[in-house]
Design a protein around this ligand. Structure first.
Ligand code: NAP
Ligand code: ZN
Length: 347
């Protein structure tokens, strides 16, 4: 075991505090990663505030992790000391079910192991990336292409793959009209990736305050959802809508923006149920779907795609002592567009 510095939530209502946590010894198939940067995902906030149900405290969150390999187990073949690597939302899975065999560990039929707040095989609760180091099975460690700035790349490990996977699955590309709902951490990366895939990209944001940024990042069109005219004008338009919003939305309004055979994919994860008028689906053979992040092979494919297309998240680098302020700023959508914590400041 080794003790490392970290920042932990101690309850659903108190600020995160500096602490220390234990990392397991490096097993034969494990990699010890010295963390350089960790992104702040809105899911971290949902988790520590109990939005998705009660959790065990103290809890260290963070599933957008990048760093360098500091040590490898005797049987490790995929990574070497010094490599630039990353870890995303999953750190383990059964490895045997149909989904794991397909490289879709995120959809493991026996339940994947979440990088934080997951029940580990040894009975402990996994602790995530707001820390100096982490020990992860080599199969769940991604390679970070050399051209991607390590200080900005971390959000690709969750936000990036969570948008890349549905964009690929529903064939975003030339001739396809794609709308991204919400210009936040997930949404802004989605704009960049959908644009690089060749789709015609529209941002649907509450206001036009981030329009200039959206167009610069690759959007072709930008509309305010606070303007009712938007819903009239765009009715029946999109082949694919990806909803990244962290709060309850009237989904039926967005379903009406789908073209015939269009799909609305939910990736934003508030807890309220979704309600839709069935006739609006039936009349134009529309679908509603959900999507989690992505399997390990697809996550590596996404990182390589981003390297090839020069895609990096727009980030604001902060120190550990600013995490609580950053949470408030995420909650008030005052972030352009992802906070990344410099792990040196956990020292
Ligand atoms: P974020 O940076 O806070 O972005 C969310 C965006 O939603 C905001 O920028 C805002 O966009 C919009 N929004 C926020 N409050 C709203 C409200 N009350 N009404 C309408 N729009 C609102 O969050 P994120 O990190 O991108 O995460 C977004 C959601 O995805 C979270 O629920 C998170 O847990 C979930 N998530 C899911 C997965 C998955 O595997 N499916 C992975 C990661 C995250 P505008 O200002 O442009 O309107
Ligand atoms: Zn996330």
């Amino acid at each position: 075991m080794r003790t490392v510095n970290a920042y932990a939530a101690v309850s659903a209502t108190e600020p995160l505090v500096p602490t220390t946590i234990e990392r397991r010894d490096v097993g034969p198939h494990d990699v010890l990663i010295a963390i350089d940067y960790a992104g702040i995902c809105h899911s971290d906030i949902h988790t520590v505030r109990g939005d998705w149900g009660p959790i065990t405290y103290p809890q260290v969150v963070g599933h957008e992790i990048v760093g360098h390999v500091a040590e490898v187990g005797a049987a490790v073949t995929k990574h070497r000391v010094g490599d630039r690597v990353g870890v995303g939302c999953e750190s383990g899975s059964c490895g045997e079910c149909e989904q794991c065999r397909k490289g879709q560990e995120v959809y493991c039929l026996n339940g994947n192991l979440q990088t934080y707040n997951g029940a580990d095989v040894d009975g402990t609760i996994t602790q995530g990336g707001y820390s100096q180091a982490i020990v992860v099975n080599e199969d769940f460690v991604l390679k970070i292409p050399g051209s991607l700035d390590l200080a900005r790349v971390a959000p690709l490990l969750c936000a990036g793959i969570t948008l890349y996977s549905p964009l690929r699955h529903w064939n975003a590309g030339p001739g396809k009209k794609v709308a991204i709902v919400g210009m936040g951490g997930l949404g802004h990366v989605g704009v960049k990736i959908a644009h690089a895939l060749g789709a015609e990209v529209t941002v649907l944001s509450r206001t036009l305050s981030k329009q200039e940024d959206g167009l610069k990042l690759g959007a072709d069109h930008y509309y305010a959802t606070s303007d009712p005219a938007t819903f009239e004008k765009l009715a029946g338009t999109f082949d694919l809508i990806i909803n990244t919003v962290s709060a309850r939305l009237d989904i039926s309004e967005y379903v009406n923006l789908l073209a015939v055979d269009g799909t609305l994919v939910v990736v934003g994860a508030p807890t309220e149920p979704i309600s839709v008028d069935g006739m609006s689906l039936i009349a134009f053979r529309r679908s509603i779907a959900g999507s989690a992040n992505g399997g390990i092979p697809e996550t590596q494919e996404m990182l390589d795609f981003c390297a090839e297309h020069g895609i990096l998240p727009e980030t604001e680098l902060i120190g550990a002592s600013q995490i609580n302020d950053a949470y408030e700023r995420v909650l008030s959508s005052d972030v352009r567009y992802r906070f990344v914590i410099d792990a040196k400041t956990f020292a």
